[in-house]
Design a protein around this ligand. Structure first.
Ligand code: NDP
Length: 319
């Protein structure tokens, strides 16, 4: 089989498209023939070593396809089932995945949509239902609101009846509006902090969902209202430097840095989030926007586009 390997961290040059041996499933694993792999910012962190993995490894955290073989103890899925997953190694024609991490794809959701939706959709789901459960009427800010997670997050916030401020760079503002944001801010040309505080009479917001990190952290912090929450869930612009916790006392702010794995660790929780996500997609409440599909051999180009802020919505790699 063919797939991508990362040897030593340090740039897209580090991703090679190679032939390697097809693995065999262990007792609790399934071998999935990947039809599409989702490209996520975490793949960049793996490649560059920000989130270190033992090398060499096959990157890719998400995919969907058809079960080709199962281990002796697997009861969750059968050969021929269509499944989606988030598990390292998706940038390959085939991936071995623990059966407990597989999500059956319901009828009515095509395989590519499942690959495009699962990781970013489950993230938007846990952020809006568990990290800061939205009950209706809250005012929220979503950064990078035309991105993969951001576009879904805006839609899920609206579904839960929040009032949404969404930021993005200039060329992507229409997409943020389309996703349903009530106020759209170009954070490359305007001061989003001033815009938000101006629109809320200086009070600020119930919650800020910030995946951009370094370049937005201070402004996001200042946009949170008394006893509100700042959810730092990524660092597309770079990691946030060390932080003095006394700053929180100024407005009794809650600060959290959540990770998807901790919200889907239990297979039932994973299946619940996936079911709600797929239902929302099937009923048209959430729309998944695929920016473009590239052949798997062009994984390096996919990373250049994502890191270069050239994407709107989702990138897929097709083996
Ligand atoms: P996106 O599609 O959102 O791509 C990143 C976007 O961030 C860009 O398109 C760009 O949008 C914006 N951005 C702002 N500054 C920069 C910069 N300096 N360099 C690059 N991009 C920048 O990616 P994903 O949806 O895959 O991921 C979004 C974030 O969410 C990532 O930080 C990721 O790590 C995080 N994440 C966290 C999870 C968790 O559980 N904690 C799970 C999944 C994702 P614009 O041009 O509009 O500024």
């Amino acid at each position: 089989m063919r797939g991508i390997r990362v040897g030593t961290p340090g740039g897209s040059e580090a991703m090679e498209y190679l032939e390697f041996e097809t693995p065999k499933p262990g007792p609790s694993e399934a071998l999935v023939r990947v039809e599409a792999a989702g490209v996520n910012f975490i793949d960049v962190y793996h490649r560059t070593g920000l989130y270190p993995l033992p090398t060499p490894f096959t990157p890719g955290s998400e995919g969907a396809g058809v079960v080709e073989a199962v281990g002796s103890g697997v009861t969750e899925v059968r050969e021929g089932d269509r499944v989606a997953f988030f598990h390292i190694g998706a940038y390959a024609e085939k991936n071995l995945v623990p059966a407990a991490k597989l999500v059956p794809i319901p009828q009515g959701i095509d395989t590519k949509t499942a690959a495009a939706a699962l990781l970013q959709g489950a993230t938007a789901h846990y952020l809006t239902t568990s990290t800061f459960p939205l009950g209706g009427g809250e005012k929220v800010l979503v950064h990078a609101a035309a991105g993969g997670v951001g576009g879904i997050l805006v839609q899920m916030c609206k579904r839960r009846e929040a009032y949404v401020f969404g930021t993005a760079s200039t060329s992507k503002l229409a997409m943020v509006r389309e996703a349903g944001a009530d106020v759209v801010i170009d954070y490359t040309s305007a001061d989003f902090e001033q815009e938000v505080l101006g629109a809320t009479d200086g009070v600020g917001l119930d919650v800020v969902y910030d995946s951009v990190g370094q370049s937005t952290f201070d402004g996001s912090f200042n946009c949170v209202k008394q006893r509100g929450m700042l959810v730092m869930f990524g660092q597309s612009s770079g990691p946030v430097p060390p932080f003095d916790i006394l700053r929180l006392s100024k407005k009794s702010i809650f600060l959290t840095r959540p990770t998807l794995g901790h919200y889907v660790g239990d297979p039932n929780e994973l299946l619940w989030r996936a079911r709600e996500l797929f239902d929302a997609i099937a009923s048209g409440v959430v729309q998944i926007r695929v920016d473009r599909e590239l052949p798997l051999s062009e994984a390096g180009e996919a990373h250049r586009l994502l890191e270069g802020r050239k994407t709107v919505g989702k990138l897929l790699l097709i083996p």
